[in-house]
Design a protein around this ligand. Structure first.
Ligand code: PMT
Length: 403
């Protein structure tokens, strides 16, 4: 991958993660990107402008009142120069000032003056990140089309553990690289479900299935790379969250139903890659069921809600893409699900030993009203990219260009 002749402006704000931006600048320069750095006054307490100047090979601007830098309206020149603006780490204060349109320092002024896509990589204490004020400000930026990259979960510099860590430099680099690709879903909100559901029998046993979540996680990452704001509702899987994707963890089909319906409010596309349990035990036992020698155990099962059909029944619902996992009669079963569940498209795959579930590769057959297409076997990551391209094409043909 190369970023030759790509012009990236990085806004560094006051947070301990500022030191990681030195690495990011290096990595972007390795890809031949042209990088300029603007720092807030707060950022200079963590890393010096000289460091970024040495790494980027360009003068670093801090103040709006720099007479030399502003001799030829430097803030406008910077805003026009940038093809991408990334603010990382983005402090709670900077996020608030961007959300409310402040222009009282160089960075906020450049953000108002630029026509380039703006990305924000939040970094703060987990309690601060969870604060309703911060979440409201992030909501404002999201609606305005600002890309929110992260934050990630994990250990924090303050000793807390939780959500609020800035994404790692290599993740930010990869997201910037992806942002120069085809951003066919830029400004769109996409919800993806992935993985299995577990239906508890008693406190130690459950009914589950073989889904690893790999297909759905790859679809979420591909939608993100296409510029979408992605929420991933994940059943119990042991996969890392794709950077830049918001994740909601659930266990049962009913929890997935509630999480998907909440996430889909106001969204544009729902992609149901999860292998949702169709049934659950009618009653979950409070205690571990005891073996009774010589007697069979009968479990009564009751039907789970059908998540994607529930979405289809809403008066205003997103573009609906289902998956069909079949061991035989792929076409007829998939086309039946397309019609019966009221879907816009269905991606059918054969499952069985070494096929569909768990493995790294897959093949898909896409069906929609009046058409179909085969995507032959390849890595799920690549297949997901192709699938997103076809979903975007069909979605946009019905909804016009991106906002
Ligand atoms: O996770 P991996 O190991 O990578 O495997 C990928 C996969 C095989 C799980 C994936 O590619 C796949 O096929 N997912 C859908 C599996 C499935 O449950 O298919 P289905 O034919 O039973 O369901 C049809 C559609 O209805 C699916 O979109 C499903 O999410 C949805 N559904 C099903 C039941 C239910 N109660 N609610 C639903 O929304």
């Amino acid at each position: 991958m190369s970023l030759r002749q790509r012009r990236i402006l990085i806004g560094v704000t006051g947070g301990i993660a500022a030191y990681k931006i030195c690495e990011l600048v290096r990595r972007l320069r390795d890809l031949d990107a042209e990088v300029r750095v603007v720092m807030t006054e707060g950022a200079t307490h963590f890393v010096t402008p000289t460091t970024f100047q040495a790494l980027s090979g360009q003068p670093v601007r801090v103040s709006l009142w720099d007479e030399q830098g502003e001799a030829a309206m430097g803030h406008i020149e910077l805003a026009k120069w940038a093809e991408r603006v990334l603010i990382a780490p983005a402090s709670a204060d900077t996020i608030a000032r961007l959300a409310h349109g402040h222009a009282d320092d160089l960075l906020s002024t450049v953000v108002l003056a630029t026509a380039a896509p703006v990305y924000v990589a939040p970094a703060m204490n987990q309690q601060m990140w969870a604060h309703p004020a911060v979440q409201a400000n992030i909501g404002i930026l999201r609606v305005r089309g600002v890309g929110i990259l992260g934050p990630a979960d994990g250990d924090q510099a303050c000793g807390d553990i939780g959500s609020g860590r800035m994404l790692e430099p290599h993740d930010l680099r990869d997201l910037l690289v992806a942002s120069f690709g085809d951003q066919v879903l830029r400004g769109r909100r996409v919800v993806v479900s992935a993985g299995p559901t577990y239906e508890d029998i008693d406190p130690v046993r459950f009914i589950g299935n073989r889904s690893s979540g790999r297909m759905g996680f790859a679809v979420a990452a591909a939608a993100r790379d296409a510029g979408a704001d992605v929420t991933l509702v994940a059943g119990p899987v042991s996969l890392p969250t794709p950077p830049g994707v918001s994740r909601v963890d659930v266990r049962s089909a009913r929890q997935m139903h509630d999480a998907v319906l909440a996430a889909c409010h106001g969204s544009d596309i729902y992609i149901g890659a999860a292998a949702v349990g169709d049934y659950r035990p009618a009653d979950m036992a409070d205690h571990k069921l005891k073996k009774v020698d010589g007697s069979p155990l009968r479990l009564e099962l009751t039907e789970n809600p059908d998540i994607i059909a529930a979405l289809a029944a809403l008066p205003a619902h997103p573009f609906l893409v289902g998956f069909a996992a079949e061991t035989r009669e792929l076409t007829s079963y998939a086309q039946d699900k397309l019609r019966r569940k009221g879907l816009d498209m269905i991606a059918a795959n054969e499952v069985g030993p070494g096929k569909g579930f768990e493995v790294a590769e897959n093949a898909l057959h896409l069906y929609w009203q009046g058409g179909d297409l085969t995507l032959p076997t390849r890595a799920k990551t690549e297949l997901a990219r192709q699938l997103i391209g076809h979903i975007a094409e069909r979605f946009l043909s019905g909804h016009g260009p991106n906002p």
